[in-house]
Design a protein around this ligand. Sequence first.
Ligand code: MN
Length: 301
Amino acid sequence: MLRGPRRPKVTTMSEKGLQTVLSTLQPHWVGDGFPVRTIFDYNEQGEALSPFLLMDYAAPTEFPPAERPRGVGEHPHRGIETVTIVYEGEVSHRDSTGAKGTLSTGDVQWMTAAGGIVHEEFHSEAFTKRGGRMEMVQLWVNLPAKEKMSPPRYQELTTAIIPTVKLPDGAGSARIIAGGLFDAKGPARTVTPIDLWDLKLKGGKTVALPVPSTHTTAVLVLRGELRFGSRRAGPGELALYTREGDAVPLAAGAEDVTALLLGGEPIREPIVGMGPFVMNTQGEIRQAFRDYQSGKMGHLN
Ligand code: MN
């Protein structure tokens, strides 16, 4: 509960409460390019985080200059979307639809694997040569059963097309990647209703942002600290809110906060996944492996 004098005087909103703070200490490597911590995954939190399946956070890591790009080579996905947000560094990718590109600071890749895609994710050539700091988030978003076998597609959401909106009371700003806040609307085309906001909060400020009641809402802290009474969420920790309530209370600690808000309508369907495939039944998973092995998800040129 935020009861400070600076809270916006909006009496019709009811605030979501803090449900839990998730954190993971154990890092692992994705390929040889991305040292990540898995903040949540559908085996543990499938219902609680739905429609989100998995979040990998690569905290800032220095890479020395090198000759050969680090990363993860050709691999498939089916039944999901992968959303990659680059905070620092440069990531290059290629996929079997023919899409390719390089993402830099602030850019977002929204890849809808749906019926099947094959792709690779590497540090860019330029970043590899000069070295530097890499920080990114990859989020897996579930698709409803009726969309899991749709054709794949790819959206490159550059900083230039992501609108920024000011928060009330000089509390900071939000870049709206998906969904909407106040008069800003994100460029991502999503299959189910999703909000994805890159938040900057000024130290000591509190704000309550409108989101739909019944939606899942969670906030990953990258820098600074969010406070919930005596509880805190710091860098690499995810605050998961209750679904009830139509406003997300955010209270920054003394330092400025960088955080990523994810919200969405839960998909209430069975989740069965293995490796890069997330479907609804074991039979569909076996089919996914057969289809990948027989080349039906395509190839990289
Ligand atoms: Mn991938």
